[in-house]
Design a protein around this ligand. Structure first.
Ligand code: KG4
Ligand code: ZN
Length: 342
């Protein structure tokens, strides 16, 4: 058996700078520097993100190599996110990856961030970890995307549904902003919802046919509901915050799972998986498992460190591309929009 490749992976598509080292499918290090500079602006400021990536990228890569106990000359290939994401942020990682590839004379792998989220299920903590069998359905939920993807192989993806407006992570973050939480508010809604009643308030389920989603109407209905209540009681939000969080979260999760159930019925695929930042949500995780149990499906939920943006997921995608000899040339440039490989 040939030696498994050592992949150095770099992720800089949004506001987290990440580097990881994988030996085959096993993650030896996964380092992330989170940018806190955006909190006070209520969202990611692209220019500030690019600048922070420039500051973080060298120490983050050095730390990933150090933790893995790997010398840079031992690396067999460099995997880097080239899209989708913020162009300025992607440029920092892509330029760095290209420079390393040129300087070390090692191949470059150009990785799609959303494929990374999906393939995070194949990262092994050790050689024994269980991974999904193909085909499986993946609900990919992040700050920029909401997709239902049929995954036939590590290099074959088919989008069978997606949002027609906001992503579900955006719905969480916008609702959190209305409720006065700092950015990104998704995890704060999750935390606060634990003390609330999910049935306290109800919000109308979006009506989008088939396997597509819509979230912008839900955010607007929350806004109008709160405006009306605050007129009668200026302290309404403060007095009911936990119930509002729990009810809004419950509406989002119920809606997502209804579509997953529909996708299973439509495709006949019996394995379901979650991916992306919102898969860190505690209600979504537990309800996803419940759904699988009830419907007799096999379910896969990534470990917390592989849910939100990280470089190990870029490394595992790079690993499959390496096996497939899908190398990039040094004239590639990043792209803010990028479709998954089909
Ligand atoms: O995948 P990700 O780290 O970055 C993108 O590629 O967008 O996803 C970030 C999104 C944000 O909208 C954040 O609020 C949301 O994931 N998120 C959560 C939770 N943790 C992260 N949303 C709800 N509950 C959580 N626990
Ligand atoms: Zn992401």
């Amino acid at each position: 058996m040939s030696k498994p490749p050592i992949i150095l992976a770099i992720e800089s598509s949004c506001d987290d700078t990440g580097a990881a080292v994988l030996v085959g499918q096993v993650s030896k290090s996964n380092v992330t520097a989170t940018q806190t500079v955006h909190e006070k602006y209520g969202g990611v400021v692209p220019e500030l993100a690019s600048r922070a990536h420039q500051q973080h990228i060298v120490p983050v890569v050095q730390e990933a190599l150090k933790q893995a106990g790997v010398a840079i000359q031992e690396v067999d290939a460099i995997a880097v996110t080239t899209g989708p994401g913020l162009l300025g942020s992607l440029l920092v990682g892509t330029s760095f990856g290209k420079s390393l590839s040129l300087a070390l004379n090692k191949p470059l792998l150009s990785v799609n961030h959303m494929e990374g989220h999906i393939l995070a299920h194949f990262i092994k903590e050790n050689e024994g970890s269980e991974t999904p069998e193909f085909p499986f359905l993946c609900l990919t939920v992040s700050g920029g995307h909401t997709q239902l993807v049929k995954v036939t192989s590590p290099r074959l993806f088919e989008e069978i549904g997606s949002t027609i407006d906001d992503a579900v992570g955006e719905a969480f973050d916008k609702a959190a902003k209305i409720l006065g939480f700092p950015y990104p508010g998704g995890p704060l809604i999750d935390k606060r919802a634990k003390e609330g009643n999910p049935e306290a308030f109800s919000f109308p389920e979006p009506k989008v046919p088939g396997l597509n989603f819509s979230f912008s109407g839900l955010k607007t209905s929350l806004l109008y509901f709160l405006q009306k209540q605050v007129k009668e009681n200026p302290n309404f939000i403060e007095e009911n915050k936990a119930d509002i969080c729990a009810s809004f979260q419950h509406t989002l999760v119920t809606y997502l799972l209804k579509k997953v159930k529909k996708a299973v019925k439509q495709t006949g695929v019996k394995t379901i998986a979650l991916a992306g930042g919102v898969s860190a949500n505690s209600l979504l995780r537990s309800e996803f498992e419940q759904l699988a149990k009830k419907e007799g499906l096999k379910s896969f939920i990534p470990a917390f460190q592989y849910c939100t943006d990280n470089a190990a997921m870029i490394g595992i995608t790079g690993y499959f591309m390496f096996q497939n000899q899908e190398f990039a040339t040094l004239d590639i440039s990043p792209s803010s929009r990028m479709a998954i490989s089909g």
